[in-house]
Design a protein around this ligand. Sequence first.
Ligand code: ADP
Ligand code: MG
Ligand code: MG
Ligand code: MG
Length: 655
Amino acid sequence: MGLLSLGTPLKWSEAKEFADHVRSHGIDQFLSIYHKMKDKQKDCLLWGDEVEYIVVSYDEQNKNAKISLRVFEMLAILQKDEQDWLKDPEHVPAPATSWRPEYGRFMLEGTPGSPYGSSLRDLLLVEPNMKLRRELALKTMRPNEVPLTIVSYPRLGCQGEFLDPHHEPNGDACRSLFVPDEIINPHARFPTLTANIRRRRGSKVAINMPIFKDRNTPSPFIDPTIPWDRDIFPEDKEAKEGAAKPDHIYMDAMAFGMGCCCLQITFQACNVTEARRLYDQLVPVGPIMLALTGAAPIYRGYLSDVDCRWNVIASSVDDRTPEERALKPLEHDRFVINKSRYDSVDSYISTGPLFKPKYNDIDLVYDKKIYDKLRSNDIDDQLAKHVSHLFIRDPLVIFKELLDQDDSVSSDHFENIQSTNWQTLRFKPPPPNSNIGWRVEFRSMEIQITDFENTAFAIFIVLLTRAIISFNLNFYIPISKVDENMQNAHKRGAVLNEKFYFRKNVFTKQKPSSRQPSPSTSTSTSNADINGASNGNTPDDDEDQDAYELMTINEIINGKSGGFIGLIPLINSYLNSVNVDIETRCQLSKYLDLISRRADGSLMTAATWMRQFVQNHPAYKHDSVVSQEINYDLMKTIEKISSGELEIPELLGKQ
Ligand code: ADP
Ligand code: MG
Ligand code: MG
Ligand code: MG
């Protein structure tokens, strides 16, 4: 989340009157940026990660691990260096870290102070910077508080004490049966976003994640901790009227989703064409990395049957009306929409030679008027569809003071819609009046317990983009298959048990001069094996039916003999093809090893490890319940793993 504008947010009944105003000026702003920046060339690779933290507050007397609502006191300290620097950038050195608030009042977001550069040596700066962030955050905390990089706080919304300080769940913004408004970032934008999603939808959001059925879990499972008969708000009856499904963990507020932490990577492409190409090539990688980083098996005090967060967030901000969800015939609304605002990418956007129209096989809903306007202003079909698809959504938060803007210098209205379309990839146009180039953000990964793991996944994605560019790789599969992968990625143990569609013929037609990697997994620094090797794949096949197949994550990451070469071998071939010193290469191998071993199952995902921790806990009754006591021990153990005090070789290997 960028810096937040201040002002008076409009209630939904007022905001919707200005929806067309915001959309129409948003498009003018996009056009202005596009035409000013479309020819910008030769931007170098700059990139950065975003790490999100949950601040846990221990109550040692009662052996309880709660979440702390004090992050704004912490942020005031953490942001000081950056504020000083912004005031006097010529004399004050740039800060090493940068901090932002997040949706939850118990969350922090930390990024490097400035983006990393293109040299491979820069990759060695990542882990120390993440460690520094953790250290700095910890310094702002009380002795009983700690920043943990966990995806979801396991007992969010449980009865009794899970918040420090405690508040009863009876707030008007979310009207939740489980969480109070006080857990939301108090900046006006966030309670308004929360309430406007509810108002637009016509009911509270309804999140149902399948419960993990253990031997003592009642069947059917009807959650005894839901206050079924509460009667404070009209929405209270939704749970018993069908919003809460049997055999599921029911959640009814945006905080359950937007209170989850993830690991995002943004990188700058050398121009708009390369950005669009990288965006497309990373689309099929999204679900694979979601499964591989799976670290969120527990919700509202129960073990679930999913390993990751994505669908929780998707449901938590699903503002579609009953008509848009096709529950009623269209009468007041314009479109039936197949997905939440937070979901996987619906269309590829590159017009490069590798793209074929048949890959965009989802029936794309887009705003025809906006599409026409974009087309008549020299935006090509694919980009026009992408933008007019994002713009089927209403702006949810409109600040009265910001309604009228100069569209040639502001991107506020564009960003209003763009930044509330939360997809697996984000194509980020340059901000007006900046020297920032065209960027792509990779958004599907779950945050990991340690800085080592988060570094490994960040670096893996950056190196993969280098391999994609260097070898002109083709990962296209029909986008409907990517969606299928996305759903499979959630399943418990997906990394080892599920298969995913992935392209096996990733090399394009060989021109005599083009460099193609060999399938060698060698990590030597020799350049000998990268020139002109063929791996036996059919080059550029028009018979695309055979171009992809179902593979295990191990096959996708590590390769399959006689089939897909594997993402790690591709990265190793890339590293073999460039000049890299031994020290850097050795360190990079450690990170890549982690990814490789998570994929082949010789190391566990955090989700699997957490499940085992709960199931082996002496207080666990095999009834799916993650009690206060188990949660306390889990948080303490995660803290020790993240600080290096405790080694868990089955999670991280030998360090
Ligand atoms: P958002 O929350 O909108 O995704 P942030 O501003 O929080 O974006 O940060 C995104 C990441 O992009 C940070 O890690 C930052 O270091 C990095 N970054 C900043 N400038 C650039 C740039 N010009 N190119 C690529 N990445 C950048
Ligand atoms: Mg964030
Ligand atoms: Mg951010
Ligand atoms: Mg981001």
